[in-house]
Design a protein around this ligand. Structure first.
Ligand code: GUN
Length: 293
């Protein structure tokens, strides 16, 4: 069993990005600027945004965070999106999800200027992804594709099973893994809450990508000997072994599944580290105006 080390791969990509930033500065340009809009005080979102700021600093980006209280009206959130769309100093921004329930996620996402949509959630970017036109790819799926590519995992003609059909992970992942290129070309099965025989389907997977949001859902009987397992889950569980009083576990029962795998991502230290790096990479592309809109 080989561990896919998200830290090593994320650090390698960060180094590549930092070199590009240095070149931009040497050429008299501004470093890329990534902004985040955070509405409310969801603790996981606070952590994600804090990690984003730290990572921006590491690669030499400018970063800023706009914080609004949970009671902010939808209109005010949309106006803040307009402000960020029109700020020439901001190359790309994200609206941290989840949003409070009284705010329409779709309305907010559709308001983002697609050329600054470094999360790749706007329908224009999702549509371009479907059409195979270069665009901002959603950060977690883009990060997973980097893990697969840089670990030299053979995907061509393989049976890839994806658990979970979210707009953020499962659905875009199914598109990327079935594309006609050297690091995809898999036969994809997308499983969800209404899928019958989910265990049997998983047990036939050469590559199993798990984004189902259920703690340690995938057990060893669901995994074929020699499979590649990518775990997108992240759950806090109480622990007496750590200072914080909790530890992180994924959607996969790592202790029992990992001995059967050819490759597996750990939690923490796997996919989670790649999401932010993918976001940085998208922001660099936004600053360099790599895609025309
Ligand atoms: N919440 C959980 N994952 C994500 C993500 O990739 N982007 C944003 N904006 N919010 C999230």
């Amino acid at each position: 069993m080989k561990l896919i080390d998200g830290k090593i791969i994320a650090d390698a990509i960060k180094t590549e990005i930092a070199i590009e930033v240095r070149k931009m500065i040497d050429d008299g340009k501004n470093p890329p600027h990534l902004a985040a809009l955070l509405v409310g005080d969801d603790p996981a979102s606070q952590t994600y945004v804090a990690n984003k700021e730290k990572s921006c600093k590491e690669v030499g980006f400018t970063s800023s965070v706009y914080r609004l209280p949970a009671r902010t009206s939808e209109k005010e959130v949309l106006e803040t999106v307009d402000f960020l769309n029109n700020d020439p100093e901001v190359d790309g921004f994200i609206v941290q999800l989840p949003l409070p329930e009284h705010i329409s996620v779709n309305k907010v996402i559709e308001r983002i200027d697609p050329s600054k949509d470094v999360d790749g959630f706007h329908p224009i970017n999702l549509g371009r992804m479907l059409a195979g036109v270069p665009s901002f790819l959603p950060a977690t799926p883009y990060g997973i594709m980097q893990l697969i590519e840089r670990s030299k995992i053979d995907t061509v003609g393989k049976n890839c099973v994806i658990l979970g059909r979210s707009n953020i992970v499962g659905t875009p992942m199914s598109v990327l893994m079935s594309r006609n290129n050297a690091h995809a070309n898999s036969t994809v099965t997308l499983c969800h809450s209404k899928t019958a025989n989910i265990k049997e389907i998983c047990a036939k997977a050469d590559i199993l990508i798990v984004a189902i949001g259920k703690q340690q859902y995938v057990t060893s009987d669901m995994v074929k000997e020699g499979a590649v397992v990518i775990d997108v889950g992240m759950h806090r569980v109480p622990s007496t072994q750590t200072k914080s009083g909790f530890r992180l576990v994924g959607d996969v029962d790592f202790a029992n599944v990992s001995p059967k795998c050819s490759y597996i991502t750990p939690v923490p230290g796997g996919v989670g580290l790649m999401t932010i790096v993918a976001l940085l990479d998208n922001t660099l592309k936004a600053a360099k105006k790599e895609f025309s809109f």
